[in-house]
Design a protein around this ligand. Structure first.
Ligand SMILES: NC(=O)c1ccc[n+]([C@@H]2O[C@H](COP(=O)([O-])OP(=O)(O)OC[C@H]3O[C@@H](n4cnc5c(N)ncnc54)[C@H](OP(=O)(O)O)[C@@H]3O)[C@@H](O)[C@H]2O)c1
Length: 279
C-alpha cells in the first residue's frame, strides 16, 4: 500500500456530504490518522461538526489549508470551485496533488487555474457514502505511475476505484455509475409501486424491492464466470413466467428507452461543461 507508507497531510476544502463521507471512510480504513486530516469551509458550522465527530483538524481558511496539506481535495459544488480557488491559485506548489470532485469540470479547465499541480478528477457515486461506491479516477500526469496507485489506496475506503484513461471515459462513467445510481432508483420505485398496488404495505414493498436488486447484484458479483445473460437464463424457462415478462420488455423496447435516457443525460452533461467553461 503506497498510501500507508506516506505521511501525507490531506485537506478538504468544503465540509459537506461527500467530504464527510470521505473522512469517515478514510478513518475507518485505519490508513490515516485524524491528525493528518484538515478541513476548511465557507462557514464554520460544518467543520466544527466534523471535528466533533472525528477529531480532525480545522484550518481557519482555504489559504491555510493549501499551505498545510500535501493533498487538497476540492469538495465544494462545481459552481463554487473557480471563485474559491482562482484567487489563491498561486499558493499551490508543484508537488501538491489536487483532487477535484466537481462534476462538469474537465482537467483541462482545472489545469488553466492550477497549471503547476498534479491534478486528479474523482467521481464517487452516492453509495460511496456507505463505502459501497464505484469511483472513477482520472489523472493528468501520465509520467507519474505512482499517482494512480496512490489515489486507489487513498480512496478505496469508499468502494472500488476505477482508473479512467480519457475524459470521455470519465464522463461516460459518470453517466452510468453516478447518475446511474439515480436511474436504478427509478426502476426500484416501479418495483415498489407495483407491489404496493398488489396489497403490500409500503415498508414490506420497499424491503422486497431492495432484496431483489441487492440479490441480483450480489449474484452477478459472486458468479463472475457467468455473463449477465447466462444468469438471466437461469431464472428464465421457455414460455414461463419470467420469459413472458422479458418478451414484453423487449417488445416495448425498454433497452431503447434506457439508451435514449443515458444519451440525454450525456448531452446535459456536455451542456453543463460548456456553461462552466464560458462562465
Ligand atoms: N454527495 C454526493 O453523493 C456526490 C457524489 C459525487 C460527487 N459529488 C461532488 O462532491 C462535491 C461536493 O458535494 P457535496 O454533496 O458534498 O456538497 P455540499 O454538501 O453542498 O458541501 C459543499 C461544501 O463546500 C463548501 N464551500 C462552498 N464554497 C466554499 C468556499 N468558497 N470555500 C470553502 N468551502 C466552500 C460548503 O460550505 P458551506 O456549507 O459553509 O456553504 C460546504 O461545506 C461536488 O462537486 C459534487 O458534485 C458529490
Amino acid at each position: 500500500m503506497v498510501f500507508l507508507q506516506t505521511r501525507l497531510k490531506i485537506g478538504f476544502i468544503g465540509a459537506g456530504n461527500m467530504a464527510q463521507a470521505m473522512i469517515k471512510g478514510m478513518l475507518q480504513s485505519g490508513n490515516v490518522s485524524p491528525a493528518r486530516i484538515f478541513v476548511s469551509s465557507r462557514t464554520s458550522q460544518k467543520p466544527q461538526k466534523v471535528r466533533d465527530l472525528y477529531n480532525i483538524q480545522i484550518c481557519a481558511n482555504n489559504e491555510d489549508l493549501v499551505e498545510t496539506c500535501d493533498v487538497v481535495i476540492l469538495a465544494m459544488k462545481p459552481q463554487d470551485l473557480s471563485p474559491a480557488i482562482e484567487p489563491i491559485a498561486k499558493l499551490f506548489d508543484e508537488k501538491q496533488i489536487v483532487v477535484s470532485l466537481a462534476a462538469g469540470l474537465r482537467l483541462e479547465t482545472l489545469e488553466k487555474i492550477l497549471p503547476q499541480c498534479r491534478l486528479v478528477r474523482l467521481m464517487p457515486n452516492t453509495p460511496s457514502l456507505i463505502q459501497k461506491g464505484s469511483i472513477g479516477c482520472l489523472v493528468n500526469d501520465d509520467t507519474d505511475e505512482s499517482l494512480p496507485d496512490l489515489m486507489e489506496d487513498m480512496f478505496s475506503c469508499l468502494g472500488t476505484v476505477h482508473r479512467m484513461d480519457t475524459e470521455d471515459q470519465f464522463e461516460s462513467f459518470m453517466i452510468a455509475c453516478s447518475a446511474g445510481t439515480g436511474f436504478v432508483y427509478e426502476l426500484m420505485v416501479y418495483w415498489q409501486d407495483w407491489l404496493e398496488e398488489h396489497g403490500f404495505d409500503s415498508a414490506a414493498a420497499r424491503r422486497m424491492t431492495q432484496e431483489v436488486f441487492l440479490g441480483a447484484a450480489l449474484m452477478a458479483k459472486q458468479n463472475i464466470d457467468q455473463s449477465l445473460e447466462e444468469l438471466q437464463g437461469k431464472v428464465t424457462s421457455k414460455k414461463g413466467v419470467t420469459s413472458a415478462g422479458l418478451d414484453s420488455m423487449r417488445e416495448l423496447e425498454m433497452e431503447r428507452a434506457l439508451r435514449i435516457s443515458f444519451e440525454k443525460a450525456a448531452l446535459r452533461n456536455k451542456e453543463i461543461n460548456r456553461q462552466m467553461k464560458s462562465s
